[in-house]
Design a protein around this ligand. Structure first.
Ligand code: AMP
Length: 286
């Protein structure tokens, strides 16, 4: 089957209804477009587990905070189609803002889905206040529109993955969340649509984020489990042009901070290089 692009909710619903009637399973990959190999790996996974793969391409205005890069976020639907098709995607759902939020001018009138405060007052949620409300709201809408059996999310956005898994459990969505590994450039830099903003000079500085995480992992593997010491090692590996926002050690299943590395500890960071905000993380094993 070749790729189709659908812009309207009603049209997508009808197509999905037909597939469901035929007993076909559906996997959804939500994205904001500007697709790269990281997104593609999610699509390949989705294609391998379900009969029909739907990828959404939607730059969701309500997950951007004031002053963030919503207006300049890269919109590249033509090249996105090529990436999606090569990954076996059947349908790209690319709605307009008006299609998703017909009354966005009256933002306060929108019903929102919000994760618990204590899980968003840390890491990315702390600096991006309201971000995860916007994410959970759009993902809920996409779940209701597409009604997938599976939804694939990348471990690149580790706090998002954790909160979506919790939302699905708490709100009884009949959807299996499939976590997909973080994909990096050969240099180590985590793939991100925002890497496009980086100059050559900034890219060099950005490389120190993964370098810091790898140094932490190496030290942890060498037997140093105290996160305070690992934190210090991370700091010493960061380029002077990196402005660190956070470097945290949390448990993968609870997202509570840990003082000692144990089974499935996540070491996650966010930082600015110039005005580009980047995130990265690594799983530490005992
Ligand atoms: P985005 O378009 O940035 O909203 O990302 C859409 C999905 O792709 C999310 O589930 C991300 O976690 C995932 N993703 C983005 N970059 C990567 C990457 N480098 N490796 C794996 N998954 C990724």
């Amino acid at each position: 089957m070749s790729l189709v692009v659908i812009n309207e909710i009603e049209k997508l619903r009808n197509v999905i209804k037909d597939y469901k009637k035929q007993g076909k399973s559906i996997a959804l990959v939500p994205t904001m477009g500007c697709l790269h190999e990281g997104h593609k790996s999610l699509m390949i996974k989705a294609h391998s587990i379900a009969d029909i793969t739907v990828a959404s391409v939607f730059v969701n205005p309500i997950q951007f905070c004031p002053g963030e890069d919503y207006d300049r976020y890269p919109r590249t639907l033509d090249s996105d189609k090529i990436v999606a098709e090569s990954a076996g995607v059947d349908i790209i759902f690319a709605p307009s803002v008006n299609e998703m939020y017909p009354n966005l001018q009256k933002f306060s009138d929108l019903t929102m889905v919000a994760p618990p405060y204590e899980l968003t007052d840390i890491m990315c949620g702390k600096s991006r206040v309201g971000h995860f409300d916007g994410v959970e709201t759009v993902v809920t809408k996409l779940f209701n529109i597409v009604q997938p059996d599976y939804a694939c999310f990348g471990m690149k956005d580790i706090q998002q993955l954790f909160l979506i898994k919790k939302m699905v459990k708490d709100l009884n969505f009949p959807i299996e969340i499939i976590p997909c590994p973080l994909v990096r450039e050969e240099s180590g830099l985590a793939l991100s649509s925002r890497n496009k903003y980086l100059s050559e000079e900034q890219k060099k500085a950005a490389l120190s984020l993964s370098k810091a995480l790898f140094a932490i992992r190496d030290l942890s593997n060498a037997g140093i489990k105290e996160t305070k010491k690992l934190f210090d090692t991370g700091l010493t590996n960061l380029d002077k042009n990196v402005e660190l926002e956070y470097l945290e050690f949390v448990d993968f299943d609870t997202f509570k901070q840990v003082n000692e590395v144990s089974q499935k500890t996540i070491c996650a960071l966010a930082a600015r290089v110039g005005n580009v905000r980047l995130i990265d993380n690594i799983v530490l094993e005992v």
